[in-house]
Design a protein around this ligand. Structure first.
Ligand code: NAD
Ligand code: MG
Length: 394
């Protein structure tokens, strides 16, 4: 029987993973080791009961008693806190979903890789923050890292059986989000409630806002570079409002392989769950005649500066990815809290990167966890100051 763990079980990716595991037979077909969540204790407990998990962990120390109460009499172990989540990754499982949001997913992912097996990586922030460390850890311990982000799963699938040397270009698609056709003036007044409403995908709050600002696509550019090793000039972004094509890979003979599918993350999760086979995944089947048209347009760098910032990070590498992601997380917190306007997020990230680059601290390679975590911490502090000085200005 295959053993599994789901980190970030109560989130959007976690729920889709849980759905596939339950449809695939639940506890009769999979032995569940660990499930983790944060504030939604009732849902975490319900999932742990349904899958008869060995352990359930909440990220919040103050919720340990609530989790214990919810799982009383089940024999399921309970734990709380960031260290307990990382410790849960030390319980070996054949297949682990990395579905936590933010840099908080990095350490649990690294710890899971140390046991071999497969890490299905939805948590793009860990590749952006510490790509070389993550890839080296997987190689050292013979673990398999599979992309779950829809674009990266699409590229991965388009590369099956191909010679990577024959790849000329990789194109990842972006829906353009809810503000694709907003004017610059309209963009000044965007609220968090508007930004969270994604036209095609149903996702967690943070990634939805990142999609609206194209910071999500910026993270994905860096993710493409780190995961597949293509050079920055080989990687392109095209706006495709229907979100039907997820990525395209162009080869030296001029041919292009495109990956199409419905906007349902269960396809990419299911691909990673059944890999290297193809399983039966209950997503909607595409009706091309009904779709009729697929549109494409170039992204606008003026309204979506995150893409330009990502290009700098792809060139600099080193610890600039850790700084970029951390600054973005703080800027996003500021926007959600009403302390920063929508376009202020990119400015906070840019200010943070240029301050840290003047200190020459971005060039260090992202190969040691201490260096990565120190940069993550420093960039959060620098970005928080930038948010504060923004507030002082307005
Ligand atoms: P979400 O907000 O819906 O869920 C996040 C999960 O992480 C929850 O289980 C939450 O309890 C947990 N969590 C939050 N903060 C935590 C912390 N500090 N420590 C430990 N656990 C914490 O997010 P999501 O949309 O499911 O996204 C999860 C990851 O997958 C992100 O990295 C996102 O970029 C990536 N991703 C998501 C989608 C999607 O369709 N939702 C698509 C591609 C990639
Ligand atoms: Mg994506």
């Amino acid at each position: 029987m295959r053993s599994i763990s789901i980190f970030g079980a109560t989130g959007s990716i976690g729920e889709s993973t849980f759905d596939l595991i339950m449809r695939g037979g639940g506890p009769a077909a999979y032995r569940t080791v660990a499930l983790t969540g944060a504030r939604n204790i009732p849902r975490l407990a319900e999932m742990a009961r349904a899958l008869q998990a060995e352990i359930a962990v909440t990220a919040h120390d103050d919720l340990l008693d609530a989790l214990r109460d919810a799982l009383a009499g089940t024999g399921i172990d309970c734990a709380a806190g960031a260290a307990a989540i990382a410790d849960a990754a030390d319980r070996p499982a054949d297949w682990v979903m990395s579905g936590i949001v933010g840099a908080a997913g990095l350490v649990p992912g690294l710890r899971a890789l140390r046991h071999g097996g497969t890490l299905a990586l939805a948590n793009k922030e860990s590749l952006v923050t510490a790509g070389p460390l993550l890839m080296a850890t997987a190689a050292k311990f013979g673990a398999t890292l599979l992309p779950v982000d829809s674009e990266h799963s699409a590229v991965f699938q388009a590369l099956v059986g191909e010679d990577k040397e024959a790849v000329e270009r990789v194109i990842i698609t972006a829906s353009g989000g809810p503000f694709r056709s907003f004017t610059m003036d309209q963009m000044h007044a965007i609220t968090p409630a508007q930004a969270v409403a994604h036209p095609n995908w149903s996702m967690g709050q943070r990634i939805s806002i990142d999609s609206a600002s194209m910071f999500n696509k910026a993270l994905e550019l860096i993710e493409t570079r780190e995961f597949f090793g293509f050079t920055p000039d080989q990687i392109e972004v095209i706006v495709h409002p229907q979100s039907i094509i997820h990525a395209l890979v162009g080869f030296t003979d001029g041919g292009i392989m495109a990956h199409l599918g419905p906007a349902d993350m269960r396809h990419a999760i299911g691909y990673a769950l059944h890999w290297p086979q193809r399983g039966h995944v209950p997503v909607e089947r595409l009706n091309l005649a009904k779709l009729a048209t697929l549109n494409f347009e170039a992204p606008d760098p003026a309204r979506f500066p995150a893409l330009r910032l990502a290009r700098d990070v792809m060139e600099t590498r080193g610890l600039s990815g850790a700084a970029f992601n951390a600054a973005k997380e703080i800027a996003l917190d500021g926007f959600i809290a009403g302390q920063l306007p929508f376009l202020g997020m990119a400015q906070v990230v840019e200010t943070t990167l240029s301050q840290l680059s003047r200190q020459n601290s971005l060039q260090i390679a992202a190969t040691a966890l201490e260096d990565v975590l120190a940069m993550d911490h420093l960039a959060r502090k620098t970005a928080a100051e930038a948010v504060k000085s923004w507030q002082a200005k307005t």
